[in-house]
Write a protein that binds this ligand. Structure first.
Ligand SMILES: Nc1ncnc2c1ncn2[C@@H]1O[C@H](COP(=O)(O)OP(=O)(O)O)[C@@H](O)[C@H]1O
Ligand SMILES: [Mg+2]
Length: 389
């Protein structure tokens, strides 16, 4: 069989053109795919899709990576939904059902445990696609926002630790202002006194001038005294929150708060009865909250998580000890735990203990930290007790 040579040549040329075009298009697609993969890996984002008739899931690599599942492996919706923490699962199912009903969309931050057991926060977006008025597919993105969530939590934590510092610093500003005012009469007193002494040395002073000078000194001393009294009134006023109180209910309340945050921690109390201390209750509780938070951090990875809060009434003071069965304070940290911004934790601010010390010392007490016989940390607060007489 013979084909006309001209046609064959044309056909071959055409085929070659086609092949080139396909190669070019494949290269363009590969290029875009690579760009997509790079940017989604950077943003730690992936795309997902679920066929509503078959519940069949399709994921891009980014989503597999988020859940730490092998890329391209077979995935079942029921199994994936099991990786959600209960509260996130409930909320997602509710919003998903609503979106399917109303052909709408939603976005939700979900808390999951990956296939490898790591906790993650994922921002989920979802949109429903319809065909002939019937929802057929739901699709969207999943993005890793774990670090963002951590930063948020860190901020919240810092806020709880800082609630009472602002009040303190307001007092600090007040004290600085008043100290500045006191300086004026004090400077006047010393210059009047120096002038009088010079005049006395040269015997060129009469009784009347001396009298005037002494009166000026007296006036300024009285003024300085008034300023000091007003300073006392300020500190006294802000000390209005100080009451003679039983610390035990405040301690138990702080403990209940710590226990509510974790179902696995056991808190034991050994609190002396009949103790009364003079302290701002909110600030005192803040200290206990900070110490319990550190203890809770220290026992986090243990199967048995124990914290004990015990107090002993001594002659003129009460000792309150917060102990845990964690790994204790690191050797290199022991001398520095009360320094500001010193932390051994990835998300630590290093403010809990310094703030606690500021509060305790402002109430005439002491705070110290050591490692107990059992290896865990033991933080001891000592505060003067209130006596009626
Ligand atoms: N109960 C504890 N067990 C072990 N280490 C502790 C304990 N309490 C405090 N520390 C150490 O003291 C450091 C400072 O504590 P803190 O001032 O509360 O800051 P943060 O908790 O933000 O790290 C901690 O990072 C930790 O190293
Ligand atoms: Mg702390």
């Amino acid at each position: 069989m013979e084909l006309p040579p001209a046609n064959l040549d044309e056909a071959v040329d055409e085929l070659a053109d086609h092949a080139r075009l396909v190669r070019e298009q494949a290269a363009v697609i590969a290029h875009y795919k690579k760009m997509y993969e790079r940017s989604s890996a950077l943003a730690r984002i992936g795309v997902w899709e679920c066929d509503l008739a078959t519940e069949e899931l399709t994921w891009t690599d980014g989503v597999y990576d988020l859940f730490e599942l092998p890329r391209g492996s077979t995935i079942q919706r029921a199994h994936i939904v099991d990786l959600y923490f209960d509260e996130s699962r409930r909320e997602m199912e509710r919003l998903r059902a609503q979106a399917i009903r109303e052909a709408g969309s939603f976005s939700l931050d979900i808390h999951v445990r990956t296939a490898k057991g790591n906790e993650r926060w994922i921002r989920l977006t979802a949109d429903v696609e319809q065909e002939d008025g019937k929802a057929i597919r739901i699709f969207g993105t999943k993005q890793d926002i774990t670090e963002e969530k951590w930063a948020q939590e860190k901020l919240q934590r810092l806020q709880t630790e800082l609630i009472h510092v602002s009040r303190k610093s307001a007092m600090g500003v007040m004290a600085t202002t008043l100290a500045h005012e006191i300086n004026q009469p004090l400077a006047a007193i010393s210059s009047y006194a120096a002038g009088a002494r010079r005049a006395l040395g040269s015997a060129a002073i009469d009784a009347e001038t001396l009298d005037i000078t002494l009166r000026a000194i007296e006036r300024n001393a009285i003024r300085a005294g008034k300023i000091i009294r007003s300073l006392r009134a300020v500190t006294h006023e802000s000390a209005a929150g100080h009451q003679a109180i039983d610390p035990n209910p405040l301690i138990r309340e702080a403990g209940a708060l710590a226990a509510a945050r974790s179902q696995t921690i056991v808190i034991r109390y050994g609190l002396a009865d009949g103790v009364r201390i003079v302290i701002d209750p909110v600030q005192f509780q803040q200290v206990v909250i900070n110490l319990l938070q550190n203890a809770a951090d220290a026992v986090r990875d243990r199967p048995d998580q124990e914290i004990s809060v015990a107090s002993t009434l001594l002659e003129a003071s009460v000792e309150i000890r917060v102990e845990d069965n964690g790994d204790g304070i690191g050797e290199e940290m022991l001398d520095a735990v009360f320094d500001t911004f010193t932390s051994s934790k990835a998300d630590g601010m290093g403010l809990g203990l310094p703030i606690s010390r500021t509060i305790i010392e402002a109430h005439g007490g002491k705070i110290s930290a050591e490692n107990g016989a059992g290896g865990g940390a033991c933080v001891c607060i000592s505060l003067p007790v209130f006596r009626e007489d």
